[in-house]
Design a protein around this ligand. Structure first.
Ligand code: SAH
Length: 398
């Protein structure tokens, strides 16, 4: 039917693909067409030659990232349909033409059946981050499709320098750069539930903001009135801004990065009423929490992924445990702790168990009020449990 190149699996190695898992590991491959290059679109076939799936080939532990399980031609129309489906889902979720919230994730890699591709929307900006060479090769096609389907977009910025493997960066002299630009700035003001943020995709971390905490920030806002809040690992102050706009008595924002704290200060300036009750701190979170007086009503712990691989999982668990034990020890009696992990290799159960050990160490009475996760615009592909990464607990501590 097509002249797509093929990769043949070893006998019995097709099981995970028959269960729609979107990765082919290198050990499963029997042979590959000789002219296949990295970044090519390939068909994966069983040992007996039956079509199984279509994906992007790349040398590495994961050799094929699958984006399709039905044999068909892969052309611009195919990708346009896929991106239109993702937009349609976000429309159903209420994110399109929504003035209160115009920050959302449009493409969540495997969660939207586009492994290797992340697209985040900030008002009139679309920031694209590629993790695979095959997806990066499609950047101009995606840019054209986004311009057609989302006519309000003024900026499309490719920020793949930190996410693509080094060899592709060097071979192709890849830079972070605009794919499309009609606006004359390098940042936009965007909104989450009417809380305003300045999004600087060039200097900011990731695509400029941590969109995945939106609903959890909203929950924190609901609990913050007249409270004294400590937001650690605050980055650009997402939780702090929600707390301040919801009437918190005092908010302390802490990050080890001075650049992050500069972003917090810029976001504070966007708050209408003059804020005299905010304190910025550049420090290590653990050092700071160790010496806390027991006077914070709410503490947020949202560290970066302590474990990016299975090998370092044990050490990461010890890190989460120490940090949480200290926060549980030092919070005001009756206080509330928002604690998170975004490590993919630490699942919900393990995270909860880790917090349980921390609570035992701290020796206080602890109740779970909420079990948090990533929002619906970061959908979890049911066949790919790895796409579920953010978990959080809201704890009441006596
Ligand atoms: N809560 C944030 C996202 C956190 S990302 C939000 O809602 O947007 C993790 C942050 O932790 C980064 O900004 C990083 O600079 C910071 N960080 C990393 N190690 C740290 C440490 N040891 N102490 C304090 N902050 C740290």
């Amino acid at each position: 039917m097509t002249n797509i190149k093929q990769i043949r699996l070893k006998p019995t190695k097709e099981k995970s693909i028959l269960r729609f898992h979107p990765w082919v590991f290198s050990g499963a491959i029997k042979d590959i067409d000789s002219d296949i290059k990295e970044g090519d679109i390939v068909e994966v076939i069983s040992n007996k030659g039956r079509y199984l799936a279509t994906g992007h080939y790349q040398i590495g532990t994961i050799s094929v990232r699958i984006f399709e399980f039905k044999q068909q031609e892969i052309n611009e129309k195919y990708w346009a349909t896929k991106i239109a489906d993702a937009i349609s889902l976000r429309k159903d979720l209420g994110f399109i033409n929504n003035k209160e919230t115009n920050i959302f994730r449009l493409i969540h890699a495997e969660g939207d059946e586009m492994p290797g591709c992340i697209i985040d929307i900030y008002n009139t900006a679309a920031i694209v981050q590629f993790h695979s060479y095959g997806m990066w090769k499609l950047r101009k096609t995606f840019s054209k499709i986004i311009q057609n389907l989302l006519p309000n977009i003024e900026y499309i910025f490719d920020k793949s320098l930190g996410t693509l493997p080094e060899k592709f960066i060097l071979e192709n002299s890849i830079k972070n750069d605009y794919l499309f630009k009609t606006g004359n700035k390098n940042e936009v003001i965007a909104s989450e539930y009417n809380n305003l943020f300045k999004i600087d995709w060039i200097n900011g971390q990731k695509t400029g903001f941590f969109i995945d905490q939106r609903e959890n920030r909203e929950l924190l806002g609901q609990l913050s009135k007249n409270k004294k809040v400590l937001n650690t690992f605050c980055y650009s102050g997402g939780f702090s801004i929600f707390a301040l706009n919801s009437g918190a008595k005092e908010v302390y924002s802490l990050d080890s990065s001075k650049k992050a704290i500069d972003l917090v200060e810029k976001n504070i300036e966007l708050i209408n009423n003059k804020v005299g009750n905010h304190v910025s701190i550049v420090a290590d979170a653990m050092d700071y929490i160790k010496n806390l007086k027991e006077d914070f009503d709410i503490i947020v712990l949202d560290p970066p992924a302590f474990a990016k691989h299975q090998k370092v999982r044990h050490k990461a668990i010890q890190g989460y445990k120490r940090l949480n034990a200290r926060a549980i020890e030092q919070i005001k009696p009756g206080g509330i702790l928002f604690t998170f992990s975004c490590s993919q290799v630490i699942d919900k159960e393990l995270f909860r168990h880790t917090i349980l050990s921390a609570a035992i160490n701290a020796g206080r009475s602890v109740k779970i009020l909420h079990q948090l996760h990533q929002p619906a615009d970061h959908p979890v592909n049911i066949y790919h449990p790895e796409s579920e990464y953010l978990k959080g607990l809201v704890l009441k501590i006596y």
